[in-house]
Design a protein around this ligand. Sequence first.
Ligand code: COA
Ligand code: AMP
Length: 618
Amino acid sequence: MSGYEDVHRHSIERPEEFWAQAARAVDWEAAPETVLREGRWFPDGRLNTCHNALDRHVAAGHGDRTALIYDSPVTGTIRAFTYAELLDQVARTAGMLRDLGVRTGDTVVIYMPMVPEAVVAMLACARIGAVHSVVFGGFAAAELAVRIDHARPVVVLSASCGIEPSRLVEYKPLLDAALEQAAHRPAHCVILQRPQHPAPLVEGRDLDWEPAVRAAAPAGCVAVAATDPLYVLYTSGTTGAPKGVVRDNGGHAVALQWSMSHVYGAAPGEVFWAASDVGWVVGHSYIVYGPLLAGCTTVLYEGKPVGTPDPGSFWRVVAMHGVRTLFAAPTAIRAIKKEDPSGAFAKKWDLSSLRHLFLAGERLDPDTYRWATELLGVPVIDHWWQTETGWPVAANCVGLGALPIKPGSPTKPVPGYDVHILDPDGADCPPGVEGAVTIRLPLPPGTLTTLYRDDARFTASYLSRYPGHYLTGDGGHLDDDGYLYVMGRIDDVINVAGHRLSTGQMEEVIAAHPDVAECAVIGVADELKGELPVGFVVLKAGAGRDPAEIERELTAMVRERIGPVAAFRRAVVVGRLPKTRSGKILRATMRDIAAGRDYRTPSTIEDPAALEEIAEAL
Ligand code: COA
Ligand code: AMP
């Protein structure tokens, strides 16, 4: 069977047959006899994900192939690891975790910058069947504390510092502060001492990474049930409490391996570079697991698209390492375009290895699409997915034969995904009509199985709005040719520079300010970052405060509580918030105003002048 349409139809009409076939590309200790039971894939299969990512390639004679290239302009380092070398590091690190008491099924929190040890740490957990939870470095100590308390790790793996272009980020004091705030106490923290800024260690609790790994005996792979969790990755929901997306081992390995060749058209031995961070889902799926499962060479880039040192750094990496597939966020391309509109830096490098540029994380605006296409002369492919799905829901699957590109659309649903646009009553919207983007159950392998320690929230957030369907939280429509257009979130989640954040969580932080009576945070369009959060605050009667001072204080609070990545810098003091007569803040209407969309003043509004005040402030 070939061609996108046939393959997609097969996957929807006969999913069990389709995925049983795909599962053959993975090594199993016990091959699954049952493909799907009650929404869980391969329930009687047993395997080890690390074995599939490393050991089997070495056993097949590819030990000398490059598995990982660490390219770090911020430290001036380029270092390659073969599959055999990476396996050795991973096995020793797994041995160290064992020695520290980590058992199969235990959790390990990883709070690390973009260094090879972060990848090693994830694979080491997978090797012994421990569940990793990686926390992005741009979050504040309080956010790390929330995740530590929820995940209850036996061990935390971290580093002394991260390196941002403008400053050194001291991870260790952030970790210490988080552990002071958290109720849970991990038995140990293992700290990678980076020469740029080694950190003092806490006697008895902290270990120095390098000697601890050197002293450990290598550990072998432990086969686990396909349905056992591989990792938990926290993502922003609509409230302050993050959602712990749970990924299983079997479905994940099968789906990612399938996606590498069919969605991305990548073959073993090719260089695949996802310019993201291991703290995000893109990093999990397409820096670490996908490329290694497929036997590719993955690039781990510790730098930015601009300023490390110039807007040519992406093109340097492509040229130096022979990158064939590049995956980035539209915001990164916009940052490059802003500093190098004529593409002069790209012309300095030989980009002939590059076949495709894939973009995701936010909507790819047609201007950026056109600029990148003209500059690179290769297909620029928008694809849409989310932390929950773990791999693309809609894409132009180049491995199945590329379809014509329509700017503004991530093309069509990927095989495995039965996408429906539903109206508020649950009926399918006709082409061209906007509705809620949903996926008819069952979700394909590799998608979330539940929310960690919160099955009830999993059902409430995703499955109860439209029975039989998974609610993505995005709005959009299909066109007459079945192309999907994803227009943005229909909830309180925003996307700032490709980072997913919760406005509800920011509101919780702002509401804690002693002079704030009430507030609403919405995402406002930004040329570079896609969206930026803006807070509207009503002060308590008699507060008598200077609005500029309030803005400074709120900015500091959000940075301190959520982290610099929130990029919260604007808080506007208003007389009142637009509300319905029953007191509900009209966030959706505020979002429409901010996005410059036509909006209707709701008939239930308490005071229409409040909306005008928001429009003026924007
Ligand atoms: N550790 C610590 N701090 C971090 C961090 C990390 N891993 N990542 C970001 N931060 C900090 C930054 O230093 C910055 O702090 P500042 O306010 O002191 O300057 C803040 O968080 C915001 O960072 P960032 O979002 O990177 O914005 P920027 O203005 O520094 O750079 C871009 C803008 C567009 C270049 C950058 O956002 C980018 O490369 N985005 C791509 C994102 C991406 O790949 N997302 C994954 C989806 S595919
Ligand atoms: P995250 O979970 O961080 O990957 O964020 C997922 C959200 O990012 C989605 O629900 C969308 O709102 C948005 N998103 C990701 N990719 C795209 C895309 N290609 N087009 C439009 N929105 C996207």
